[in-house]
Design a protein around this ligand. Structure first.
Ligand code: WTA
Length: 644
């Protein structure tokens, strides 16, 4: 293992230019030329000046059952509507139109199991499977407008069930397979799902994750669930409750699971999915995305940023259970008619070269991953990737958190052979698609997501809404609406307004702090709210704290994120115990496991410190900022509101 790398301050002047052939052959420059423009900068400016025309051009590359009458309706902002009156279905563009074209025999999905099993689906085969699943969903009573909760491991049935829901006009709510019972139960209850889809279990490092068992516990708390469809993955014994639980493979063999299924005509603004994400309070937000605008936004961004070409073999190594997977594993690659790779297991299983072996065996041309994964694999040293032929790669990508220049350079040099530009894409569950990102023609600065995507306007502002000067820290904001934007928070439209649209005048406040350098490049610093990004996953401090407080020994708790070499941030919790309990390493372990059990393994604090008091404001709010400074031995800043 090589020595862990120091995290240094990024150098704002270092530039990496793309090769001429990349620029010449890029989708984005082809589009610029079609508009009579010869530079990317001119194209960007054109997309701001002709914003609706730009997004309409993108929408017109897709098929609609009935055309829209208006590109953008901003009369009820911040409840924006896109492609008003347009009738479509994202599945029509993701599958139907390809299954009817020459692409029917093209591979849509190549799946590799952790044990080496491979399953491949052409667009024709994917269409058949999704139709059968859609008919199964109908047979258990799922209708347009319902919300179906999906809790599956990383197997092909996960994207296929998402598509099957969308096909019949039902919204899906995917709960990440690494979440535990309480997180699943909360999400089931908020969505009022009548149908839950799960599996007997999943594999991770050859161990079985007991998904059905967790689902059983969650369902015992959520009486709305009437039917549970179970996919067989591991084959181990699970409890099947008569009248509620049904094996998918049994239903798929019945005449009800016909391979023909009409795609439901939906309105552009009909909901496609709900995806829960952490915020400032303990209750996760059900972010709502729709068919029309989302479909256009994810299509255009992948096409332009990852320069999708017909012969690409594209691999986004995220989990379909997160927004990255929704947009860029499931929907957008299919809309783009691509061949997409999906891998079930851990990056270093059975050895630290598993990913590099996948890249070489599947001739991957585009690899999109996270800084955490890059840093994690970098630690094993160059010998592992150097055993494999990675020459098929032509573009790389990063998402989820700021990438430190050391990791960027390792990815660029060792994995990309100094040949492949890195698309560092900044976006959020809420934005639906890339907002700040290079395209392959943009000179790169390691550690910066560069500039706004076409048609998107970004700025860094002071709290009063005025622009920050060069290299001044401020609030990251998006100054105009975009098609894939979230439409609301399920059951709580006021929280949507309050969280995103009241902090800055008429602008979207992203909740991140950032800096713009003298060349206009954006450097994202991190979250401003009480959200910790652990390995790129969003966790609310409030969620971790309420999990801790649910343990009988804990009276009060505060959670903070501290810098971590691989994970970006690690959770450090401060705990006040109830009078009859005493802190010990054993109790510390027990509390860590308790949080893991309540929220899922990613939320386990790395460290727990037992304390007798917590720094609070006079109004009783925990000052996490002070805890963080103390833990790092840094100055505590303004403590005038501190209670003691
Ligand atoms: C962070 C993930 C720096 C940011 C798609 C944002 C990033 C939050 C980047 C959203 C990036 C995402 N550089 N920071 N390229 N991409 N972030 O909803 O703090 O899981 O607000 O969406 O991740 O996280 P989410």
């Amino acid at each position: 293992m090589s020595e862990p790398q120091e995290m240094t301050t990024p150098d704002h002047s270092e530039l990496f230019h793309p090769s001429e052939s990349i620029v010449e052959n890029s989708n984005v420059m082809a589009y610029a030329r079609s508009k009579g423009l010869s530079s990317y900068e001119a194209l960007y400016q054109w997309t701001l000046d002709n914003n609706e025309e730009f997004w309409a051009d993108m929408a017109n590359e897709l098929e609609w059952y009935e055309p829209w009458t208006k590109v953008l309706d901003d009369s009820q902002k911040p409840f924006f509507k896109w492609f008003v009156d347009g009738k479509t279905n994202i599945v029509h563009n993701a599958i139907d139109r390809h299954a009817r074209s020459w692409r029917k025999n093209k591979l849509a999905l190549v799946w590799e199991g952790e044990d080496g099993t491979q399953r491949t689906f052409s667009y024709h085969a994917l269409n058949r499977e999704v139709n059968k699943m859609a008919n199964v969903l109908k047979s258990v009573g799922v209708k347009k407008g319902d919300i179906v909760t999906i809790y599956l491991p990383r197997i092909p049935e996960l994207p296929m069930f998402m598509l099957a829901c969308a096909k019949i006009g039902a919204a899906h709510s995917v709960v990440y397979g690494g979440f535990s019972e309480a997180a699943l139960a909360d999400r089931l209850a908020d969505a009022q799902s009548k149908v839950l889809i799960t599996a007997d279990g999943g594999f991770m490092r050859a161990k079985i994750i007991e998904l059905k068992k967790i689902a059983d516990e969650a369902m015992s708390r959520t009486p709305t669930v009437q039917t549970c469809l179970v996919v067989k993955r591991t084959g181990h014994d699970v409890n099947m409750e008569l009248g509620r639980d049904l094996w998918l493979h049994e239903l798929m063999g019945l005449p009800i699971a016909s391979a023909e299924c009409e795609t439901e005509v939906v309105d552009a603004e009909d909901p496609l999915f709900i995806l829960y994400t952490s915020g400032t309070t303990g209750k996760p937000k059900g972010v709502v995305h729709t068919h029309g605008g989302y479909m256009v936004g994810i299509y255009a961004t992948l096409k332009m940023v990852f320069d999708m070409k017909e012969d690409d073999r594209y691999w986004c190594a995220a989990d379909p259970g997160w927004i990255t997977g929704h947009s860029y594993i499931v929907y957008s690659p299919l809309i783009n008619g691509a061949t997409s790779i999906m891998y079930e297991g851990a990056p270093n299983y059975p050895f630290p070269d598993r990913w590099w072996s996948i890249v070489s065996r599947h001739s991957v041309t585009i690899l999109y991953t996270s800084p955490t994964a890059i840093r994690g694999l970098m630690r094993f040293g160059e010998a592992w990737p150097s055993r494999h032929d990675l020459s098929s790669l032509r573009l790389l990508g990063s998402v989820g958190e700021p990438i430190n220049p050391e990791a960027w350079k390792w990815f660029y040099g060792v994995i990309g052979g100094e040949r492949c530009p890195i698309m560092d894409t900044w976006w959020q569950t809420e934005t639906g698609h890339f907002m700040i990102t290079p395209t392959p023609v943009v000179p790169l600065k390691p550690g910066s997501a560069t500039k706004a995507f076409l048609g998107v306007e970004v700025d860094v502002l002071h709290e009063d809404g005025t622009s920050c000067g060069a290299n001044e820290d401020g609030l990251l904001t998006l100054k105009r609406p975009w098609p894939g934007m979230m439409r609301t928070i399920l059951n709580d439209p006021q929280r949507y307004v309050d969280t995103y649209w009241t902090k800055l005048p008429s602008m979207y406040a992203a909740g991140d702090s950032a800096r713009k350098d003298e060349d206009g490049y954006i450097w994202v610093i991190g979250r401003l709210d009480d959200v910790i990004k652990v390995s790129g996953y969003r966790l609310g401090t409030a969620e971790v704290e309420s999990a801790l407080v649910s343990h009988p020994a804990v009276a009060e708790a505060a959670a903070i994120g501290l810098p971590h070499e691989v994970k970006g941030n690690a959770i450090h919790a401060f705990v006040i115990l109830r009078a009859t309990f005493e802190g010990s390493p054993k109790l510390e372990d027990e509390l860590r496991s308790h949080v893991g059990h309540e929220l899922g393994p990613i939320a386990r604090p790395d460290q727990i410190t037992f304390v007798s008091s917590l720094p609070k404001t006079r109004s009783g709010k925990i000052m996490r900022r002070v805890l963080k400074a103390r833990a790092q031995g840094l100055p505590e800043g303004d403590v005038s509101t501190l209670e003691e």
